[in-house]
Design a protein around this ligand. Structure first.
Ligand SMILES: [Mg+2]
Length: 236
């Protein structure tokens, strides 16, 4: 009797061992801007318009520093040490946001970045949890305009957590919402701060963009149409 029980335990045990060895990816968390869609140009034009009205120097080089950064922090980068009252800063940030919202009225499903529609469809079909974790407070509105807001299991935005990327908070919060452990999640990001946040959260990081920006990621692709899900799933 005793021997039989021992034998069955030995037979079952290796199966568990094999399972533990793989990271067992169960969900994908996507950044929004520069991954699902590219509203970066609208952000640029909105900041530019506000900056011109306020005689603040702003160009595409400064704009590069705003990737993945919150609205108020972005404003601080624009101000470059110039001191303003908190009230004035809030007014400038909300004016920029109003211009941005005006641009959003023009987006549609055609504004999904190349390949993203197929990736989302496949993940949905294969029962992976899918989520969005964006620093943008407009994330839900943008996804609604893109007509894909209802396919995600959860959407975290700039209102969800206090500490912005590169803190891991928004990814940990999102994983918790979809009932997954961090190591079961893949994060797709185009910002250096986002890759740092994903790695700090102990998730698999997929970077979209050049080596100098997202080179720390576990997988890197130049653009969204290059993303290779099989490679990510096989090697994670
Ligand atoms: Mg981004």
């Amino acid at each position: 009797m005793n021997q039989r029980r021992k034998k069955s335990v030995l037979m079952i045990y290796p199966k568990f061992e094999v399972k533990k060895l793989s990271k067992n990816i169960k969900g994908f968390i996507f950044d929004l801007d520069g991954v699902i869609t590219d509203t970066a140009e609208y952000h640029y034009k909105s900041w530019k318009r506000m900056a011109e009205e306020e005689a603040i120097a702003f160009d595409r080089k400064v704009n590069e520093q705003l990737r993945g950064v919150s609205r108020m922090h972005s404003l601080d980068i624009l101000l470059n040490g110039k001191e303003l009252s908190l009230e004035k800063k809030k007014e400038l940030a909300s004016r920029k946001n109003k211009y941005y919202q005006d641009f959003l009225d023009n987006i549609s499903q055609d504004d999904l970045l190349p390949g993203m529609s197929d990736i989302l469809k496949r993940l949905q079909k294969e029962n992976y949890k899918i989520a969005v974790a964006s620093s943008s407070k407009n994330a839900k509105i943008v996804l609604k305009y893109l007509e894909i807001d209802n396919i995600f299991d959860t959407i975290s935005d700039g209102n969800s957590v206090k500490n912005a990327k590169p803190a891991p908070d928004i990814f940990l919060y999102t994983a918790d919402k979809i009932n997954l452990k961090p190591e079961e999640c893949v994060v797709v990001e185009d910002a250096e701060s986002g890759i740092e946040a994903a790695l700090a959260a102990n998730m698999t990081a997929v970077g979209i963009g050049p080596e100098e920006r997202v080179g720390k990621a576990d997988f890197r692709y130049d653009k969204t149409s290059d993303i290779n899900l099989d490679e990510i799933l096989k090697k994670s």
